[in-house]
Design a protein around this ligand. Structure first.
Ligand code: GDP
Ligand code: MN
Length: 393
C-alpha cells in the first residue's frame, strides 16, 4: 500500500527524522492560511498524489508570494497530474502540501528496501540525489552504494556511519546524517514497510541534513496489525479494479490480454493462464475467487472481470473441492438473468456437485459454452474469441 508524501513525513517526523515544517491544504484559501502560519517569504508547494516525478510534471513549485500559491492551487486542485509514473490517465490532485522552503546545498539519495532475493534489508545511497536518480542508476551505477542489513540483528550504528561517509558530507554533519539514517530504519522496521525512499535527502546551506521528499510503501499482509498505517489509505489514488477486488476479498491482477479469467485457486489459475496462451490466446487478468465462493461472490467476480474494457471473452474454470459447482453455476445464471453478456462465455466445472451445476446451466437456457477439461476449455474460449472477433471485423 502506498501513502502520500505528507503522511510519510508525518510518520518520519514522529521517529525524529528531520523534516521541514509544513501543512496540508484542500483549497487555495487553506494553502495560503498554511503559508501564513509557517511564516517567511518563500514556500514549496507540492501536489499530493501517489507518484514521484511530480517536479518534472509541474506538481512541485517554489513560490514567493501568496498569489503564486493560489495560482498553483487553482491550476492543480481537482485536476489530474500526469507524471512519468502515473501512466497517461494521471492521478487526481485533491490536496496540496505547503512547506517552508529549504536552501539546498546538495541533493542526496537514500532509500531502504526489502530485498527478497537475499532476504535482507538493503540501504541504498548516492551523492547524486534529485530528479534523475534513474539515470544515475543506469549510466553511473558506481555512484550508488549499498549496505545489507540482517533483519535478525537489525541496523548497527557503524553501518549508519559507513553509509553517511559514502555521501561525501562535511565531517561535522556525519553524526546527524547517521542518526537520521538510524531513525529511518526504525520507522521502516516498526511499520512493516517494504520501501522507504528519500529523494532528495538534502544538505542545507547551513549544514543541516533534512528529508525534503518521502515515499513509503507497506506490506499489505501486515496491515491488519498496523491500524495507524491503514488510516493513511487513500483509495482515490489506487487502481479502481484492484481496489474493488480487494473490497470483495478477491485476488485480482490486471494483465494485457483479452481473455478474462475466473478461477478458484492460485495454482489452477496459473495453469489456466498457461493453457490459454498455449491455445493461442492472452489472459486479461488473474482472478482467484478462492474456496467456498457463494453465488453472489461468483456474480461479483464476473462483473469485475467485465468491467475491464479489453475483455473480449471469458473463461470460468472451477475445480470444486471446498467450492460447490451448483453455487458457481447459480452465480453465473443469476448474473445472466440480470444482464446480457455479449461476449463468449466458456464454463468448465468439475468436482463437488458437478452434475447439479451442469443442470443449472443447461436448464437456464442461457448461452454458455461448456467444457469438460482444462485443455478443452482453453481451446474453446480461444476459438470462440477468434470467431467473435473475426465476425466483428
Ligand atoms: P518529486 O519530483 O515528486 O520527486 O518531488 P520532490 O519533492 O522530490 O521535489 C522535486 C524537486 O524540487 C527536488 O528534487 C528539489 O530540487 C526541488 N525542491 C523540493 N523541495 C525544495 C525546497 O524546499 N527548496 C528548494 N530550493 N527546492 C526544493
Ligand atoms: Mn523526489
Amino acid at each position: 500500500m502506498n501513502i502520500h508524501e505528507y503522511q510519510a513525513k508525518k510518520l518520519l517526523g514522529k521517529y525524529g527524522v528531520p523534516i521541514p515544517k509544513g501543512g496540508i491544504a484542500h483549497s487555495a484559501t487553506e494553502a495560503i492560511y498554511q503559508a501564513s502560519e509557517l511564516g517567511g517569504s518563500k514556500w514549496i508547494v507540492k501536489a499530493q498524489v501517489h507518484s514521484g516525478a511530480r517536479g518534472k510534471a509541474g506538481g512541485v513549485k517554489l513560490c514567493n508570494s501568496h498569489q503564486e500559491i493560489a495560482d498553483f492551487c487553482h491550476n492543480l486542485l481537482g485536476n489530474k497530474l500526469v507524471t512519468l509514473q502515473t501512466g497517461p490517465e494521471g492521478k487526481m490532485v485533491s490536496s496540496i502540501y505547503v512547506e517552508e522552503a529549504s536552501d539546498i546545498a546538495k541533493e542526496l539519495y537514500f532509500s531502504i528496501v526489502l530485498d527478497r532475493a537475499t532476504q535482507k534489508v538493503t540501504l541504498i545511497a548516492s551523492t547524486e540525489g534529485g530528479m534523475d536518480i534513474e539515470k544515475v542508476a543506469k549510466e553511473t551505477p558506481e555512484k550508488i552504494s549499498k549496505i545489507m542489513i540482517d533483519p535478525a540483528v537489525g541496523m548497527q550504528p557503524f553501518q549508519a556511519r559507513q553509509l553517511a561517509f559514502t555521501l561525501d558530507l562535511p565531517n561535522e554533519v556525519i553524526g546527524a546524517a547517521s542518526r537520521a539514517v538510524m531513525k529511518c530504519y526504525r520507522a521502516f522496521r516498526d511499520t512493516d514497510a517494504n520501501l522507504l525512499e528519500i529523494n532528495p535527502l538534502i544538505l542545507t546551506t547551513d549544514n543541516k541534513v533534512m528529508a525534503i521528499d518521502a515515499k513509503m510503501t507497506f506490506d499489505e499482509n501486515a496491515l491488519y496489525r498496523r491500524p495507524e498505517i491503514l488510516e493513511f489509505r487513500d483509495k482515490t489514488q489506487e487502481d479502481p479494479r484492484e481496489t474493488n477486488a480487494a473490497e470483495h476479498d478477491l485476488s485480482y491482477v490486471g494483465l494485457d490480454g483479452n481473455i478474462g479469467c475466473l478461477i478458484n485457486g492460485a495454482g489452477l489459475a496459473m495453469a489456466t493462464m498457461d493453457m490459454i496462451q498455449h491455445a493461442g490466446g492472452e489472459p486479461a487478468n488473474f482472478l482467484d475467487i478462492g474456496g467456498g465462493a457463494s453465488a453472489e461472490r461468483v456474480a461479483t467476480s464476473i462483473e469485475l472481470v467485465l468491467s475491464d474494457k479489453s475483455v473480449e471473452a471469458i473463461l470460468i474454470n472451477i475445480f470444486a473441492g471446498i467450492n460447490r459447482c451448483d453455487w458457481v453455476a447459480q452465480g453465473i445464471v443469476d448474473l445472466l438473468n440480470k444482464r446480457d453478456i455479449d461476449i463468449p462465455l466458456v464454463v468448465r466445472l468439475s468436482g463437488t456437485n458437478v452434475e447439479k451445476g451442469q443442470k443449472i446451466l443447461k436448464d437456464s437456457g442461457k448461452k454458455v459454452i461448456t467444457a469438460d477439461t482444462l485443455s478443452d476449455a482453453a481451446h474453446k474460449v480461444v476459438s470462440a474469441w477468434k470467431q467473435a472477433n473475426g465476425s466483428k471485423n
